[in-house]
Design a protein around this ligand. Structure first.
Ligand SMILES: Nc1ncnc2c1ncn2[C@@H]1O[C@H](COP(=O)(O)OP(=O)(O)OP(=O)(O)O)[C@@H](O)[C@H]1O
Length: 741
């Protein structure tokens, strides 16, 4: 019945879309109407298309309610009659008992049913009777809801792409997903506790619940690398969401592709908060006062200024406290004034050179200027148009882009020393130094962003034109809204009155979106875009400078920060949330914890616990929900060919995914050794595997992984906890205490 309803709705929407597209759009007003309507219908169609698999996955029977409630991936309503809900969207408040009801606290629910479907066929049902009398033995110690369905979901083979968990969200996760929009929520949880899943479902929930606030500004989801973004890329569309930008920090400066990699040392230095002072000084260093007299060629002549004249112009510009490129105008004005004065004096001298003294007439002031104000204006104009003058001023206070300044800074030992003397050590500077043509790295991006703020952009003319355009669009959209208000034929059934949902501003933006780009796409192009909400995954990896960039993108501080400080591998990453976030939000953040591990079975977690103990003996591993009966295996590296070991793991995974995790120094060699294994096997460093999971994992040379970085034990803990089924360890010389046996 629900699928029939889905088909019917699809058909209606298609018809409406067709009609909208066929409408003439001869006047600008008509074409705006057409675009708005067709974008609404497009969006709805995409939504309807993304819920085909597992449309309905739950049913609730209540003690005191006549009919059952069905829970699914989106809401469907009875089209005729009184618009009764046929299927509840999982995010709707009425669907909550499906995730929260327990035998001890049944919330009026008599029975919870998990429905498994394949295409449009029901292939399985799991019932839980939430009746205290029937509760004995029903609830496991961990208080899991829908345990059978959950375990079935967890046993499923991994495909290399993350799937949604709407059918089996657990109570502690649900609580975080539906937390309010405002403020900073920090979700701390061990590996496999569903932090990523929770973060993405929270994005979908927030967009559903706070659509009006969020649709135009969009939601930014930040992940550690592009492999990870590909891994999670499919989860949101399957939840039916648009308006979400997935990005790494390295992709957040439009126009820059960070293709290079930093050494550990460079990454650490670039992430330090003191870099703000270094960059501020580097900018100030570009505002120069010459040591000697300053000479400017002009009009077959040379104008000479004393250094203190330049200094006064510089100080005047600095006193404005405006960014470098904007304060430059003040500097240039002051310099042109001074040069005009010099030029005028020169001209007067020239005028009278060789001319015999003319006796003064009565009342004439011997010191009165010969050139009048009009002459000076003329001279100033000529000066301001002179190429040589412009070049000379550019030397003293150049127009700068963030790219140029950073390139120059890292390529020139003198500049670097001047900007960082007393702030960085010689070793730090050595780590930063690089040739001018080096590729950008992810660690450069927050520095470029900082510089963009310090330098500013002199775009007054451009901004004014844009604002004028926006004003026109808004006025226009208001007109269109009036008309649409009267034409309900154009609207979706569940959007009774469009003005309830869209105000003119949002409509104008949507207009632009429909004809050009989505909010996410526009955000990706605009460095100064601010998002309605920002979600940061693997947030422990971010440096202080990364956080500064993100805070600029989210002035409302509506954020979800997800991570595990026990898994920090990045040299500039966090060991404590308080230390990292305190700088930006003080103690105005709320900590939520996840405690159950859905990924890694008990047998593997016992081993991972030993690595965690080395990180910090006070830390506890999360409790695993599953046992597989298969302990991790270990063998000496090199005893047998790696390729045949991996073949066995691929066979054991039986169509699932396998990863070989290696120390960075061995990556190239192992990749070529396993060349030919194709897509079945991923060879990755631990940093690359962060946040991912595989059915089988082989960790190669764990002792080298530990030795490779000061956070080596964290890395090993991450490596061990990537497996959903099997873990193997190939050790070389010696071995860290936490290899088994
Ligand atoms: N309620 C749930 N129902 C079904 N599967 C779940 C549930 N919660 C988590 N999972 C699954 O557990 C696995 C681990 O989840 P996820 O990757 O979100 O964990 P994580 O806390 O981000 O881990 P890490 O810290 O290692 O990155 C995923 O396969 C996810 O789909």
């Amino acid at each position: 019945m629900l699928y029939r309803r889905l088909d019917a709705e699809r058909e209606t929407t298609e018809r409406r879309l067709e009609r909208a597209l066929r409408s003439p759009g001869e006047t600008p007003q008509e074409s705006a109407e057409r675009d708005a309507a067709s974008s609404l219908h497009h969006e709805r169609l995409a939504q309807l298309g993304s819920v085909e698999q597992g449309l309905c996955f739950g049913r609730l029977d209540f003690h005191d309610q006549a009919g059952p409630a069905y829970i699914g991936r989106l809401g469907l309503f009875d089209s005729d009659g009184d618009y009764e809900p046929l299927l509840l969207d999982w995010r709707a408040p009425a669907a909550r008992p499906f995730y929260l009801a327990t035998a001890a606290s049944p919330e009026g629910v008599r029975r919870r049913r998990h429905i498994r479907t394949l295409s449009r066929k029901v292939v399985g049902l799991d019932d839980e009777i939430l009746d205290l009398r029937a509760a004995d033995g029903q609830q496991a110690d961990l208080g899991l809801a829908g345990e059978a369905a959950l375990l079935a979901a967890l046993e499923r083979k991994r495909t290399g792409e993350m799937g949604d968990i709407v059918a089996t969200i657990q109570a502690e996760q649900d609580d975080i997903i539906r937390d309010e929009l405002g403020g900073v929520v920090v979700v701390q949880g061990g590996p496999g506790t569903g932090k990523t899943a929770v973060a993405l479902h929270r994005a979908a929930y927030l967009l559903y619940t706070y659509r009006q606030q969020l649709a135009s500004r969009g939601v930014l989801v930040v992940g550690p690398n592009s492999t990870f973004l590909r891994y999670i890329g499919q989860v949101l569309p399957s939840l039916g969401e648009t308006g979400v930008l997935l990005s790494t920090i390295g992709q957040l400066f439009p126009g820059i592709r960070a293709r290079g990699a930093d050494s550990r040392e460079a990454a650490e230095v670039k992430g330090r908060p003191v870099m703000v002072d270094v960059l501020t000084r580097a900018v100030a260093d570009r505002q120069r006062v010459p040591e000697e007299k300053f000479e400017v060629a002009f009009d077959d002549d040379v104008l000479v200024l004393d250094p203190d004249v330049v200094e006064r112009a510089r100080d005047k510009a600095r006193r404005t406290r405006r960014p470098h490129n904007l304060a430059r105008r003040v500097f240039v004005d002051a310099m042109l004034d001074a040069l005009t004065e010099r030029a005028a004096v020169r001209m007067e001298v020239d005028l009278f050179e060789g001319v015999p003294d003319i006796p003064l007439e009565a009342g004439e002031d011997p010191d009165a200027p010969v050139l009048d104000a009009g002459d000076r204006v003329e001279i100033r104009k000529e000066l301001s148009e002179s190429g040589t003058v412009a070049a000379a001023l550019d030397e003293l206070w150049p127009k700068l882009t963030p790219q140029r300044l950073l390139r120059d800074l890292f390529a020139d030992a003198g500049r670097l020393l001047s900007a960082s003397d007393g702030l960085l050590s010689d070793d730090d500077r050595g780590a930063l130094k690089r040739p001018a043509r080096s590729p950008w790295t992810p660690g450069d991006v927050p520095l470029l962003d900082e510089l963009a703020e310090l330098l500013g952009e002199d775009d007054a003319a451009e901004r004014e034109a844009r604002e004028r355009r926006e004003r026109e669009e808004r006025a226009y959209a208001e007109g269109v809204l009036d008309i649409m208000d009267q034409d309900e034929e154009l609207l979706d059934e569940d959007q009774i009155n469009i003005a309830d949902i869209l105000d003119a501003e949002l409509f104008a933006e949507r207009q632009e979106r429909s004809s050009h780009l989505t909010a996410a796409q526009r955000a990706a192009r605009d460095r100064t875009w601010t998002f309605g909400h920002v979600i940061v995954d693997e947030a422990q990896e971010l440096s202080a400078m990364d956080w500064r960039l993100l805070m600029r993108r989210c002035p409302s501080r509506s954020m979800t920060v997800v991570g595990d400080v026990a898994q920090t591998g990045a040299p500039g990453g966090a060991s404590s949330w308080r230390d990292m976030l305190g700088r930006y939000v003080g103690d105005r953040w709320r900590l939520r914890e996840l405690t159950v591990n859905y990924r890694t079975p008990v047998e593997i977690m016992n081993l991972a616990a030993e690595a965690l103990h080395e990180v910090d003996p006070r830390l506890r591993v999360p409790t695993s929900v599953r046992e597989t009966g298969v302990p991790p295996w270990r063998a000496p590296l090199g005893e047998r060919p790696l390729a045949s070991i991996v073949d066995e793991e691929v066979a054991a995974a039986d169509g699932g995914t396998v990863a070989v995790l290696v120390p960075a120094s061995r990556l190239g060699a192992v990749r070529s050794e396993l060349d030919g294994h194709g897509d079945a096997v991923s060879v990755l460093t631990v940093a690359e595997a962060k946040g991912l999971e595989f059915d089988g994992v082989v960790v190669l040379a764990p002792e080298e992984i530990v030795a490779e970085s000061p956070r080596g034990w964290n890395d090993l803990y991450v490596a061990y906890t990537r497996a959903t089924q099997r873990l193997g360890i190939l050790y070389s010389a010696g071995r860290p205490t936490s290899t088994p046996g």
